[in-house]
Design a protein around this ligand. Structure first.
Ligand SMILES: [Zn+2]
Length: 222
């Protein structure tokens, strides 16, 4: 008998969660004008609280790709696309608080400064790319996909702490889940607050289920 790995529980084919954490039933995909591409680092291990698939299920125009590198945006998407018309959310070592006070979504120059033409950079975006993983995994994805540099780099301004609360310890205050980042980004870029509301409702359900399961585990153990 092997003790190296627990038998993998069957996961939901849509949200990739085990049954106690599956909250995807009843999600009605939103008609999003700006496409969403989530690139997930292959070693992203947060099977319980990861949000890549749950996020994508909320949109008609969204995809999750798992892997380290693609030769082009078109190959990652599986359809023709010009990276010049896409944006990539990548924080790196930028400190958003020092860029543009009061701004939620900030377009950067290649040197990591606030772009002088915010409106022009953000207005024509056809899609946004999110790098799903830890801070260092996102950094690896950024460097392993040089075509990302052709996209408009975006960071999110200082915002309230993640809904994860104490469930997850993030190294930086700016770190929020892929779902929360997408909620902020798309609701601002499309000027539709209901996008954020729908995503947050899904996320809150996941966190509730997670806490319930943790409580049940503790009760049954001791
Ligand atoms: Zn599910």
């Amino acid at each position: 008998m092997t003790t190296t790995a627990a038998p993998s529980a069957p996961v939901c084919p849509r949200c990739h969660k085990v049954p106690p954490l599956c909250v995807c039933t009843g999600i009605v995909p939103l008609d999003n004008r700006i496409g969403v591409l989530i690139i997930q680092h292959p070693q992203e291990q947060d099977v319980d609280l990861g949000t890549a698939h749950l996020t994508a299920l909320h949109f008609r125009n969204a995809a999750v790709r798992v892997g380290l590198s693609w030769p082009s945006l078109a190959k990652a998407l599986g359809r023709p696309a010009d990276p010049k018309h896409w944006g990539t959310l990548y924080l790196g070592s930028v400190k958003p608080a020092s860029l543009l006070p009061g701004q939620d979504v900030i377009a950067l120059t290649r040197k990591g400064a606030a772009h002088p033409d915010q409106r022009g950079q953000l207005a024509g975006l056809e899609g946004v790319i999110l790098l799903d993983g830890t801070w260092s995994q996102a950094k690896a994805l950024w460097w392993r996909n040089p075509w990302l540099i052709k996209t408009t780099r975006i960071v999110l301004g200082p915002h309230r702490p993640s809904r994860y609360g104490k469930l997850r310890r993030e190294a930086r205050r700016e770190a929020i889940s892929t779902l929360e980042a997408t909620a902020l980004l798309l609701s601002k870029l499309e000027n539709r607050p209901e996008i954020a509301d729908a995503l947050h409702a899904g996320f809150d359900k996941l966190l509730d289920r997670y806490r319930e399961r943790e409580k049940a585990t503790r009760t049954s153990v001791g």
